[in-house]
Design a binder for this molecule. Structure first.
Ligand SMILES: Cc1cc2nc3c(=O)[nH]c(=O)nc-3n(C[C@H](O)[C@H](O)[C@H](O)COP(=O)(O)O)c2cc1C
Length: 368
């Protein structure tokens, strides 16, 4: 019998061959938003991981929307053309669905790469830029004051999302995931902790959802209807008075109405519990899945194939995304197929290392 994890799933017009996705992960290795040799090997290797889809890292729709100077962008021809070359290479050996996460950092932008100065602000005299936000509230004490977005500034950002989506549509990408999580711009509008506006974009939840929803609608309007659109959300801020799981259910229902095919449930990014540290996401995903009917992607602290299988069987999510497990082992999904007694799609070039051809496999993977 087929396991849940290796059953196909339909996201809009896109069929994922199994329910394993590589979660978007910033590599901080771009120059002027343009991917380089590191991305070629990173994405190239993940394209033979056995995962049904690989979502390319958070990619900015404007230069100011990047997290660090090493973050990728999709707002210039050079960026689009380099990504086209990388995808074209991958297509010679893999039909894995490729997706891209598009986003804008708002007040969390202009910081150092983690290995330079551990995500501390990159000040203007170090080559940083002025950040923007819904309200005049820095991300943390000691961080720069963001510029408050006017309606004209919001319209510019919305058009930048449309422009990046048009660029994505010219590439062989099957899905876009909008970054509505982790304290970045869309999340900053959603959370009452970062959005204290008194106009039509602040106050009630309907008002706070207005700008993020208008971005989603605009993207859906230019993204071909047969390609999948997802949104990553932070289900909760983990802070009193912040965005919470009930708000996320309301938001997810609205996302469904505007043509979103899946919602990926993460959390944090407002200064509360850290996104990477909590292992509560599957429980939150289950709650949101119970209150909505859009496909739900569970992510966070999934390590073992059986754990992923159990989460799907228990109805906690419709499919899963894994991050660090794929950095640790870029063949995670091939090994998951072996562990769950499915047929692993080993690339022909690696077939001699497959379990039926190599005794060492059973030894290394403790199958004896
Ligand atoms: C190096 C690294 C970079 C990340 N970059 C992103 C990103 O670009 N967009 C995003 O939504 N999450 C990002 N994340 C979070 C992961 O996508 C994932 O949600 C998180 O690591 C939890 O999943 P895991 O326990 O399987 O790693 C990143 C995580 C890591 C470790």
């Amino acid at each position: 019998m087929k396991t849940r994890l290796f059953e196909p799933i339909q996201l809009g017009g896109v069929t994922l061959a199994n329910r394993i996705v590589v979660s978007p992960m910033c590599q901080y290795s771009a120059v002027d938003g343009v991917m380089g040799a590191w991305h070629r090997q990173h994405l190239g290797s993940l394209a033979v991981s056995g995962a049904a889809a690989v979502v390319i890292e958070a990619t900015a729709v404007t230069p100011q929307g990047r997290i660090t100077r090493g973050c990728t962008g999709l707002y210039a021809d050079t960026q689009e053309n380099r990504l086209r070359e990388i995808i074209s290479d991958i297509r010679t050996y893999s039909s894995t669905i490729l997706g891209i996460q598009l986003g804008h950092t708002g007040r969390r932008g202009s910081i150092h790469r983690p290995w330079d100065y551990n995500f501390e602000p990159l000040w203007p005299d170090e080559g940083g830029w002025r950040t923007v936000a819904p309200s005049p509230l820095p991300f943390r004490e000691g961080w720069p004051m963001p510029e408050v977005l006017s309606e004209a500034g919001m319209a510019d950002i919305l058009h930048a999302f449309e422009d990046s989506t048009r660029r994505a549509a010219r590439l062989d990408l099957g899905l876009i995931e909008l970054h509505g999580a982790h304290g970045y711009l869309m999340h900053q509008f959603l959370s009452p902790l970062s959005n204290q506006r008194s106009d039509a974009y602040g106050g009630t939840i309907d008002n706070r959802m207005r700008f993020p929803l208008s971005i989603v609608k605009a993207v859906r309007g230019v993204w071909p209807s047969e390609r999948a659109l997802g949104v990553r959300i932070s289900a909760t801020d983990w802070l009193d008075g912040g965005w919470n799981v009930n708000d996320s259910i309301v938001f997810t229902r609205e996302l469904e109405k505007v043509g979103v095919d899946y919602v990926c449930v993460s959390s944090g990014g407002m200064g509360g519990l850290s996104t990477a540290l909590t292992s509560e996401h599957l429980r939150l995903a289950e709650q949101i899945r119970g209150g909505t009917s859009v496909a739900i992607c569970g992510v966070g602290h999934i390590y073992r194939p059986q754990q992923a299988e159990d989460a799907l069987s228990a109805g906690q999510a419709d499919f899963v995304a894994l991050g660090r497990a794929f950095l640790d082992n870029p063949r995670w999904a091939l090994h998951a197929a072996v562990a769950l007694r499915e047929t692993p799609p080993f690339p022909e070039q690696y077939a001699l290392a497959a379990p039926d051809k190599w005794r060492g496999y059973a030894v290394l993977h403790d199958l004896s």
